[in-house]
Ligand binder design. Structure first.
Ligand code: NAP
Ligand code: G4F
Length: 339
């Protein structure tokens, strides 16, 4: 039987790597596309031992000619659009660029698909950030969006243009509204990896103290490796539909720090309030976490908790890894690859 061929944009990112491994294990031909970079950014694929098993090509989401070229070169059965300027904080300093890549990039992909590959299936990486200042206690596919950052506004555009092209041109194009998902492959600027890497660095005497922003925000954190299966499942359905993917539980950054420091064997206590709040290492009375307003955002998303009952019912998908287990996975890996 002819192998299915899938395109993953954003192949160098966290989800791109896990999804590539998942699809290769299902015997797909995987074309992994990324923008050209002067920096070596394929370390995740190397770690998974799949760097030489995927076909690599270039895609720049601001460049429609490059998208068309790729869509003429390969007859994709499935397209996973994971590429984005995905760091929320950067979207405040680069709003136009973020909207161009993360928002309009989706339209460029969709329009090339309409013209060149109308029978392909397209997955769009939508985000729980779209709920922003939440309008319902638990967020599901029907909860209205209330975005709080240029990144989230761009994702809302991407989400609705997918729906519009699906309805206007009868394309199989769907959005997965994924809540935060983490792993050892998470970028170092995101808060979970910043904490696991930072605390391991402190234990190893490479770092004195870690500086963070708002530690009272709460997120619904799952394990990225499990979440890519849900993306694939969405494209195996008869009917194109959007799904929320989440664990259903939320924890604060402070709780994530406490779980991590406890797992590493630190004896700690919190002191002070607001900007003066610190986490003290009881063994030497020195602070290991401080607050730095530099990491605050102009507008914050205080709380996200997803309701993924539709995915549980239709996709038969459910998150399995607890936050405690996720912390262990991330820290063990951090220690293993310390040098
Ligand atoms: P990530 O690690 O930041 O990866 C983003 C990828 O997009 C990288 O490969 C990056 O390439 C690529 N990219 C950035 N700008 C590009 C451009 N102009 N043209 C082409 N490629 C570009 O993100 P992730 O965590 O894997 O997330 C995957 C997707 O899911 C993103 O769209 C993100 O917004 C969305 N999402 C993530 C989460 C989450 O919790 N992880 C939750 C909801 C939605 P470089 O290596 O060159 O930077
Ligand atoms: O780890 P974060 O940067 O992730 P954020 O903003 O929730 O966005 C991630 O998840 C979204 C899904 O909801 C994705 F769409 C998006 O692409 C990305 O993957 O920040 C999490 C929380 C925020 O409330 C932030 O203010 O942690 C808080 N935080 C506190 N101190 C910090 C820091 N965040 C970062 N990155 N760095 C800090 O020092």
């Amino acid at each position: 039987m002819k192998k299915k061929i899938a395109l993953i944009t954003g192949i160098s990112g966290q989800d791109g790597a896990y999804l590539a491994k998942f699809l290769l294990d299902k015997d797909y031909v995987v074309v992994g596309a990324d923008r050209r970079s002067a920096r070596a950014n394929m370390w995740r694929l190397k770690r998974l031992g799949i760097e030489n098993k995927i076909i690599t090509d270039e895609i720049e989401l601001t460049e429609p000619f490059e998208i068309s070229r790729l869509f003429k070169k390969y007859k994709f059965d499935e397209i996973y659009n994971l590429a984005a300027q995905s760091f929320v904080k950067t979207s405040f300093s680069s709003p136009l660029y973020t909207c161009n890549v993360t928002g309009l990039g989706v339209l460029r992909i969709l329009d090339a698909m309409r013209e060149l590959l109308p029978n392909a299936k397209l997955y769009q990486a939508s985000s729980s950030e779209m709920y922003g200042e939440i309008l319902e206690k638990k967020q599901n596919e029907k909860t209205p969006f209330n975005p709080r950052s240029p990144y989230a506004v761009a994702k809302v555009f991407g989400h609705f243009i997918i729906k519009n092209y699906r309805e206007s041109y009868n394309l199989f194009a769907v959005s997965g509204i994924l809540f935060n998902h983490e792993s050892p492959f998470r970028g170092e600027e995101f808060v979970t990896r910043k904490i696991t890497k930072g605390l391991v660095g402190i234990l190893n005497n490479d770092l004195n103290c870690l500086e963070l922003g708002n530690i009272y925000a709460k997120r619904d954190w799952g394990y990225a490796k499990e979440y890519v299966e849900a993306m694939w499942k969405m494209l195996q359905q008869k009917k194109p539909e959007d799904f929320v993917i989440s664990t259903g539980s939320a924890y604060s950054i402070k709780e994530f720090i406490d779980l991590s420091s406890k797992y590493l064997g630190f004896k700690t206590r919190w002191i002070g309030k607001g900007l003066n709040q610190k986490l003290i290492n009881i063994s030497n009375n020195k602070p290991i976490i401080k607050i730095n307003p530099k990491f605050f955002r102009p507008t914050e998303v205080d709380l996200l908790i997803g309701d993924s009952s539709k995915a549980q019912k239709i996709l038969k998908w459910k998150a399995k890894t607890s936050l405690k287990q996720l912390v262990k996975i991330m820290i063990d890996d951090e220690i293993k690859y310390l040098n």
